[in-house]
Ligand binder design. Structure first.
Ligand code: ZN
Length: 445
């Protein structure tokens, strides 16, 4: 007998109950509390059958996993959930593992199995919804839809990833994309909320996953949709750095990188965990082609409005708005996805972790929004006179030997007076190396 066969036989003899080998083991559990529901994710060594039911007095969920065993003691759940208070588990007869989740309130369960994706194997997802809160939210959305169109400029801020989907991870500090983009989104949320006439809606406010289709559904009725990311260069090339802005593409991608990033981003649902039975068909099929190309053109213009401000924070990765088939951008409102930097680049990773960089990036996105607000409101029929004047944008120019103010003004198609005004100059004397702000025309169609 070959040594391998002998080894196999020994293994069989070591496990007298042969069906143990076929039992699915429950390896781990994670909890992701969201505002209106709490998600429990069980890592399994394979697919299995299960039964889930609710009990009252006190409220609890019972999950029986058939042909299963506990891979070890399950970790204790944290205390961050408004719905789940505790969890117990133990073996029952007939190779069943029973998990009892104690609840703080009455909740509605939704559960589904997920096939392996990204770093995960098989998973069982149990979402527990706060029934009362969900009903209130539905009523609020109905009232909002029935209300007359508001003059408010509504910005949907979408921090990418979350929960089981960490997004890209930095090589230097192990920084997770989901964490830094949430920090930038929160900074932007504060800026928008503080601006009279503007309103922000966050697609997620904590560390939990939101399906791409839900994110873009939240954009319905809003003026703009801003998705915030910080991804890694495909193939672990670490020298790519800087921010870039993306819009949806009708045809192909504008670059190989744009295509690769879109395909990475579109993986999100598989890793984050989405019950694909509940996902409706793409908005792209619902939108007419004309609406779609008009929205894409507006999205590119919105991105153009942001680039000069982002350039003021750090050198850009791409100086133009790139396009590719990002699923999250397939919405009926002007939508851009901002890669705030490459988390795969050590210098960018360090920046992305810094509060100052996060705040400056949020400020740059906000400046771009302010600049886009008048023409976007005009699209909705809000008279331009009630909208704010377009926010000025400046290019930079460093004075070289032989330059005169008149020559610089002519070359940039601006008046000498305008140049003097924005730079606080009195006469015409300029020194070499002086940084001049060059006004960029505000009305570009
Ligand atoms: Zn991302």
């Amino acid at each position: 007998m070959r040594p391998a066969r002998v080894f196999f036989l020994l293994i069989l003899l070591a496990f007298p109950v042969s069906c143990w080998a076929r039992l699915v083991s429950v390896e781990n559990v994670r909890m992701w509390p969201a505002p209106d529901y709490t998600r429990l994710v069980f890592d399994l060594s394979g697919s299995l059958n299960y039964r889930l039911f609710m009990l009252k007095d006190p409220y609890r969920v019972v999950i029986d996993l058939h042909n299963a065993r506990l891979g070890g003691p399950l970790p204790r759940l944290g205390s961050g959930s408004a719905i789940v208070s505790d969890m117990r588990s133990g073996p029952r007869a007939n190779h069943t593992v029973r998990i009892v989740v104690d609840l703080k309130i009455d909740a509605q369960p939704r559960s589904f199995l997920l096939k392996p994706a990204g770093p995960y194997g098989h998973r069982l997802v149990v979402d527990l919804y706060d029934a009362a809160k969900a009903a209130r939210e539905r009523a609020r959305l109905r009232a909002q839809a029935a209300a007359p169109p508001s003059r408010e400029f509504v910005v949907v801020i979408d921090p990418g990833h979350g929960g089981d989907d960490p997004g890209a991870t930095g090589h230097l500090y192990g920084t997770q994309e989901k964490t830094v983009v949430l920090a930038i989104a929160r900074d932007l949320d504060r800026l928008v909320a503080a601006q009279p006439g503007m309103k922000a809606i966050m697609t997620r406010t904590g560390d939990y996953y939101v399906p791409l289709v839900t994110r873009r559904r939240m954009a319905k009725g809003a003026d703009v949709f801003i998705s915030i990311h910080a991804d890694s260069m495909p193939g672990r090339i670490v020298d790519a750095h800087g921010a870039s802005v993306y819009a949806l593409s009708e045809k192909g991608a504008t670059s190989a990188l744009a295509r690769a990033l879109a395909s990475d981003e579109n993986e999100s649902d598989w890793i984050g965990g989405v019950n694909l039975n509940n996902v409706e068909s793409g908005v792209g099929q619902v939108l007419g082609d004309l609406t779609k190309s008009a929205t894409i053109a507006d999205s590119v213009r919105l991105g153009d409005d942001m680039l000069p401000y982002l350039r003021g924070v750090a050198p850009l990765h791409s100086n133009k708005v790139e396009q590719a088939g990002f699923v999250v951008l397939e919405s009926p409102v002007p939508s851009v996805l901002i890669e705030t930097g490459f988390i795969s680049n050590p210098a960018d990773e360090r920046k992305l972790r810094s509060k100052r960089f996060q705040e400056r990036t949020a400020r740059a996105i906000f400046d771009g929004l302010e600049r886009a607000e008048p023409w976007l409101l005009a699209r909705r029929g809000v008279p331009i006179r009630t909208a704010r004047a377009p926010k000025p944008v400046f290019d930079q120019y460093v004075v070289r030997p032989g330059d005169t103010l008149t020559a610089i003004a002519q070359r940039h198609d601006v008046s000498v007076t305008a140049l003097r005004d924005v730079n606080g100059l009195r006469g015409s004397n300029i020194r070499i190396g002086l940084r001049l702000r060059i006004p960029v025309p505000g009305d570009r169609g």
